[in-house]
Design a protein around this ligand. Structure first.
Ligand SMILES: Cc1cc2nc3c(=O)[nH]c(=O)nc-3n(C[C@H](O)[C@H](O)[C@H](O)COP(=O)(O)OP(=O)(O)OC[C@H]3O[C@@H](n4cnc5c(N)ncnc54)[C@H](O)[C@@H]3O)c2cc1C
Length: 480
């Protein structure tokens, strides 16, 4: 009997542009497909609830694709290196292939797995696939990591263009081994609160097909006005590909080339796609940061922030989480997050600034809440995003740049469309007052059916006062 190759799926839940799968297909051996839910190795960064929901859908879809090719996606739970080695042994695998990870926990698992497989006489082969250029490839001359985005992106661009994405291999001989497997239900990935899942289901299709549909919609229009429209949460100016990139239902290389090739075919040139492609490079920068600074999710990269006088305020934190701060743009964002598992980037920055500066609550609290509620929860992007808004990251907005939530809202949601959608109790307010209902004339509030403190909260902090207090706190750590 020809010994099979075990394909261990990780953050690459797709068949297209999958180097590890492609290499397996080329070897002309049957393939056993496996996914392991490892809640142990990830430690305190065990996958959160919303991204588990997305994962369940993506596993379902991938399982169907594999079943259509005569195989079965084995599902297991446990410490990944132990489980993968056990399954490899049980199916008599000749080799195990997988897509490399770049966070500390994944790297530790992969090292242990390689050792276990060596003991069993099974070949271990890891491949790139979740980034376009791997972190080790984009460093300064002496191998030092870049700490600032612009030189990183310059070095990234100076590299040879990435290879074209790989198609789904034509011949894929998946096996259906007769060994036990969990089911998606027994992995209990979907939330027990059915309403929550319904909200996410209405918005997302967690599969390769769902990713391709979003990419297609984006390339058929929004990408060309991305630079102008991307900051306006009330418009469809962004791709919404983030959960797919996070879990690998689409590869970044496929996304990159689809945008670049479309720009070239339409005679627009590479530059036309660059504002969007630049965001993919931010993603690579985040992963490079996490690779070189593995504490990124837990510790501020600017050491002085370890002394910052953060405030512990469970009531204010809860109001923020629930979208009841009294600042409409903040509340709209937090409610969009809860309802759909996603939030627009501009609003992520606004709610992040509000939490860490107006409320002075530690950025890690926001990071944790996002981790649990985002379908696109991504260890590197989330940690870099939070360190950026809190001003404690390496190439972050300085702490003293404090967003004014009202001015931000007036600028980026000028017609109030976004706030009206997510904070319907304010929908009847005219544009002039929708972003600061507390300043509206009482009669007008009454006509719009708004009773502050009853139908909609009064602001939980005064922004001007909070801003001064935040700046004073920052001065204190700066002064040493
Ligand atoms: C506080 C905070 C937390 C964040 N947490 C996450 C997270 O957990 N997961 C996540 O994927 N993104 C995170 N981001 C980055 C960004 O907000 C999202 O990637 C983006 O909003 C996703 O929407 P999109 O797919 O339409 O993005 P587009 O604008 O269409 O961009 C395309 C892709 O580029 C990448 N990208 C875009 N912006 C950034 C960025 N600033 N940093 C890194 N990569 C980026 C994403 O993969 C995105 O899907 C966070 C940002 C902030 C400020």
């Amino acid at each position: 009997m020809v010994r099979p190759i075990l394909l261990w799926f990780t953050r690459d839940l797709r068949l297209a542009d999958h180097p590890a799968l492609h290499a397996a297909a080329r070897e002309d051996r049957p393939i056993v497909a496996l996914f392991v839910l490892d809640d142990v190795s990830a430690g305190s960064w065990m996958r959160g609830a919303a991204s588990r929901w997305f994962l369940a859908g993506a596993l379902d879809a991938l399982g169907s694709e594999i079943a259509a090719r005569g195989g079965r996606l084995l599902l297991r739970r446990g410490v990944a290196d132990v489980v993968v080695a056990d399954v490899a042994h049980a199916v008599g695998a000749e080799a195990v292939h997988w897509t490399r990870g770049y966070d500390l926990a994944s790297r530790a698992v992969e090292t242990r797995l390689a050792e276990r497989l060596a003991e069993l006489g099974i070949r271990a082969r890891s491949f790139p696939g979740s980034l376009i250029h791997e972190p080790r490839e984009v460093t300064q001359r002496g191998g030092e990591p870049y700490r600032v985005y612009t030189p990183f992106s310059r070095a990234w661009l100076e590299r040879d263009a990435p290879d074209r994405p790989l198609p789904v291999p034509e011949r894929l001989a998946f096996l259906d081994p007769t060994i036990p497997s969990e089911t998606i239900e027994s992995l209990a990935l979907r939330p027990t609160k059915p309403d929550w899942a319904a909200g996410m289901r209405a918005v997302w299709e967690p599969s390769e097909r769902g990713a391709e549909a979003l990419l297609d919609r984006f390339l058929n229009g929004p990408i060309w006005s991305y630079a102008r429209a991307r900051d306006f949460p009330g418009r469809t100016g962004v791709s919404r590909l983030s959960p797919h990139l996070a879990i690998g239902t689409i590869s970044p290389r496929r996304t990159y080339w689809a945008a670049r090739a479309r720009a070239e075919v339409e005679g627009r040139g590479f530059q036309a796609a660059w504002p969007f492609l630049r965001q993919l490079v931010w993603r690579e920068f985040a992963w490079s940061n996490l690779f070189h600074f593995p504490d990124l999710p837990d510790e501020p990269l600017r050491a002085e922030f370890a002394r910052f006088p953060w405030v512990e305020d469970a009531v204010a934190l809860r109001a923020w989480q629930k979208g009841r701060t009294g600042y409409p743009i903040v509340d709209a964002g937090m409610r969009e997050l809860w309802a759909t598992g996603w939030m627009h980037n501009r609003v992520r920055m606004i709610v992040g600034s509000f939490l860490t500066k107006d409320l002075r609550i530690p950025w890690q609290e926001g990071e944790r809440w996002f981790w649990d509620t985002l379908v696109d929860a991504d260890l590197a992007n989330n940690a870099m995003g939070w360190q950026w808004v809190a001003g404690c990251g390496i190439d972050a907005a300085p702490y003293f740049r404090i967003f004014n939530p009202v001015l931000q809202a007036k600028k980026f949601d000028p017609d109030g469309a976004y706030v009206r959608r997510w904070v319907p109790e304010l929908a009847n307010l005219p544009n002039e007052w929708i972003h600061e209902p507390w300043a509206a004339p009482p009669l007008l509030l009454e006509e719009a059916g708004v009773r502050l403190g009853a139908t909609y909260p009064r602001p939980i902090v005064d922004h001007d006062r909070a801003r001064k207090a935040a700046l004073a706190a920052f001065e204190a750590i700066r002064g040493g």
